[in-house]
Design a protein around this ligand. Structure first.
Ligand SMILES: Cc1cc2nc3c(=O)[nH]c(=O)nc-3n(C[C@H](O)[C@H](O)[C@H](O)COP(=O)(O)OP(=O)(O)OC[C@H]3O[C@@H](n4cnc5c(N)ncnc54)[C@H](O)[C@@H]3O)c2cc1C
Length: 404
């Protein structure tokens, strides 16, 4: 593009991530002659998509319920978008066949990179113009059309620039600035689906431990939320899907000086393990505990209760009670959370108040916002990508309805 040239399009989509690629693909699949431009600041599409699900891309879930999604707004008015499975048929048409594992939906290839490649192939073969290494800084509305960076004009604009987590993938929060300049409200934002840091004195010794457990988030002595699943221990933090799903508001609580505890039940299926353990009375206490829990964890619990190396049937009743209490309710004081660099999604974003049920701005005609840029985030389990795809489809359908 030479400076001074104004390029004109029917629809400009900003951001070639999960939602932007889905929106462009859907529009082109329904309207072959539509003049679309997809703008991407990276030199390739789907940089974040390509690292999702540990490289396997958990792109959806069989159990799509509004309860697994969060926002500052009431999500019930967006339930029809959230709980829709149509995205799976559309992915199939794009060349992404899916399969399911315990309710979670993955590409049949089990490769996130193949999902990006399928989108890329589809966009190219359907003549979607993609402009790489192009960062949008400015969107203004004038004379019934949008002007992007003073050089691209379009009747419709779809903002699909993502949130602010994992910025090395391109999502650096640009959409918030653009929307603010268009008088949209951005809610407070926090990192979500992230690890929780603890100062537990024996934490380093637990590094590498993975257990299936029930974890409870306790804020100012009140139970906030419980999750069952895998908990992983690093040298200074608790991690794993279970913890990620509890992490959503923890930064906010800590900023408000609230006390945050993660309490872990290491044997959630069992309420009276003491009878079982008593048969190992001649063992050292950590050896008896190792009959039911991870070895490193058994050592730490015994050190913490001053029973390490003591014969199991010789420990006093108070210490025995302490051990049993740690097995069922071991408390970890939380002192910090993984920041935006490492968190999987952004809690907060473009306020849903500003959008109708087709995700069109209520104040800026023909401006749509999709994906993680909006104030909606899902739990682990494919919910964030299903939202990216579903929100893209609903916006694309609305644009088409105005064009036919
Ligand atoms: C490590 C990791 C693992 C994850 N795993 C899963 C998972 O398994 N399942 C799941 O459901 N979710 C997962 N997520 C979350 C999911 O990836 C995101 O919610 C989803 O990608 C959001 O899609 P999006 O299109 O809104 O934004 P993104 O995918 O972030 O795409 C935004 C695009 O816009 C571009 N862009 C930004 N600003 C500009 C600008 N100014 N000009 C031009 N282009 C711009 C960016 O470069 C980027 O390509 C994971 C996230 C991470 C970080």
């Amino acid at each position: 593009m030479n400076s001074g040239d104004i390029m004109k399009y029917d629809v400009v989509i900003i951001g070639a991530g999960a939602s932007g690629m889905m929106c462009s693909s859907f529009l082109k699949s329904r309207m072959k002659d539509l003049n679309i431009l997809l703008l991407e600041k990276n030199d390739k599409v789907g940089k974040k998509l390509s690292i999702t699900g540990n490289g396997k891309c958990n792109l959806g879930n069989n159990d799509l319920k509004v309860d697994y999604f969060h926002s500052n707004n009431d999500l019930n008015s967006f339930k029809n978008i959230i709980e829709n499975n149509e995205y799976l048929d559309i992915l199939k048409n794009i060349g992404i066949l899916t399969t399911e594992e315990n309710g979670r939906i993955y590409p049949y290839s089990m490769q996130a990179i193949s999902v990006c490649k399928s989108f890329e192939r589809y966009l190219i073969s359907n003549d979607v113009k993609i402009k790489y290494n192009y960062t949008v800084n400015k969107v203004v509305y004038t004379d019934n059309e949008y002007i992007i960076n003073d050089e691209i004009k379009s009747r419709f604009v779809v903002l699909a620039t993502g949130g602010i987590t994992y910025p090395k993938t391109g999502s650096t929060g640009d959409g918030y600035k653009i929307l603010k300049s268009l008088n949209h409200r951005i809610t407070n934002i926090y990192p979500s689906l992230t690890y929780l840091m603890t100062n537990y004195k024996y934490q380093k010794e637990l590094q590498g431990v993975r257990v299936n457990a029930k974890a409870s988030l306790i804020v100012d002595n009140k139970l906030e939320k419980e999750e069952t699943g895998q908990v992983q221990f690093t040298k200074n933090a608790l991690s794993g899907i279970c913890i990620f799903n509890l992490s959503r508001n923890v930064k906010r609580y800590l900023d408000d000086n609230k006390s945050v505890i993660i309490s872990i039940d290491f044997i959630p299926e069992c309420d009276n393990i003491d009878d079982y353990l008593k048969q190992f009375k001649n063992y050292k206490s950590q050896e008896a505990l190792s009959c039911v829990i991870n070895n490193k964890l058994a050592n730490v619990i015994c050190k913490d209760t001053n029973t390490y190396d003591k014969q199991f049937n010789k420990i006093d009743s108070k210490s025995f009670y302490n051990i049993m209490d740690k097995l069922k309710n071991m408390n970890f004081k939380i002192i910090g959370v993984g920041d935006y660099l490492v968190s999987q999604v952004t809690n907060g974003g473009a306020s849903l108040d500003n959008f109708n049920n087709s995700l069109e701005s209520k104040t800026n005609h023909n401006l749509y916002v999709i994906g993680e840029l909006l104030d909606i985030d899902g739990d682990c389990g494919g919910y964030n990508l299903s939202w990216a795809f579903n929100s893209a489809i609903v916006a694309a359908k609305d644009i088409i309805s105005k064009l036919v």
